[in-house]
Write a protein that binds this ligand. Structure first.
Ligand SMILES: C[S@@+](CC[C@H](N)C(=O)[O-])C[C@H]1O[C@@H](n2cnc3c(N)ncnc32)[C@H](O)[C@@H]1O
Length: 189
């Protein structure tokens, strides 16, 4: 999880990013690999309810504090592994959001399958990734930022991983300056 200063500079409008990838009011949402809750807070302000899931309880504590000091209460915080998603939430959801984490998943089709199994029949999985650009080109506040160049995924690689996990691509959106969003729907009954 990055330190706060440059993260906030990179993401001045998290609500705009979430709207671009399809977040809507009244949705039941999972913020998967939620980190310190920078996006979770904005999801909670729009959605009916959000479950923030992260493998690191320290980040969830920071997220809990962030939402609490903003008087936002429609969020649960769950420590767990993204692969085990269906065991971590009580029922199917409308929207799973995963930002800045998919590049680090060892078995991406497995993760896509796990997400598909937690979605309602018309549910959406939105992945926000760094573009596949050299790290030295993606500067924020004067420093190269983001994952190592070799870990970054093109939209095509992300689409292939989602489809290999049984999901159907709806659209790809650009998220300037350095990201894109790949938006998938669940397929099948
Ligand atoms: C770069 S941070 C992104 C946080 C947040 N999504 C954001 O964009 O602000 C990546 C997060 O993924 C979490 N993570 C890594 N592996 C995970 C796993 N297997 N299951 C759940 N969370 C995981 C890390 O603990 C970290 O908080």
């Amino acid at each position: 999880m990055p330190t706060a200063g440059w993260w906030e500079a990179l993401w001045p409008d998290p609500a705009g990013v979430l709207a671009a990838v399809g977040l809507k009011p009244d949705m039941e949402v999972i913020d998967l690999c939620s980190g310190d809750g920078w996006f979770t807070l904005q999801i909670a302000r729009v959605a009916r309810h959000v479950t923030a899931i992260d493998i690191d309880p320290h980040f969830l504590e920071v997220a809990r504090h962030r939402l609490s000091e903003n008087s936002v209460t429609n969020c649960d915080f769950v420590t767990g592994d993204a692969y085990e998603l269906s065991k971590l939430v009580p029922g199917p959801v409308d929207f799973v959001y995963m930002a800045n984490a998919f590049h680090g998943v060892p078995d991406k089709p497995r993760l896509a399958r796990a997400v598909g199994a937690t979605l309602k029949p018309d549910g959406i999985f939105a992945i926000v990734n760094w573009h596949q650009r050299p790290r030295e080109e993606t500067t924020v506040l004067g420093e190269p930022r983001g994952p190592k160049t070799e870990l970054r995924l093109s939209p095509e690689q992300t689409i292939a991983a989602g489809e290999a996990g049984g999901l159907k691509l709806i659209r790809v959106v650009d998220v300037p300056p350095y990201h894109y969003g790949a938006v998938f729907a669940r397929t099948g009954p």
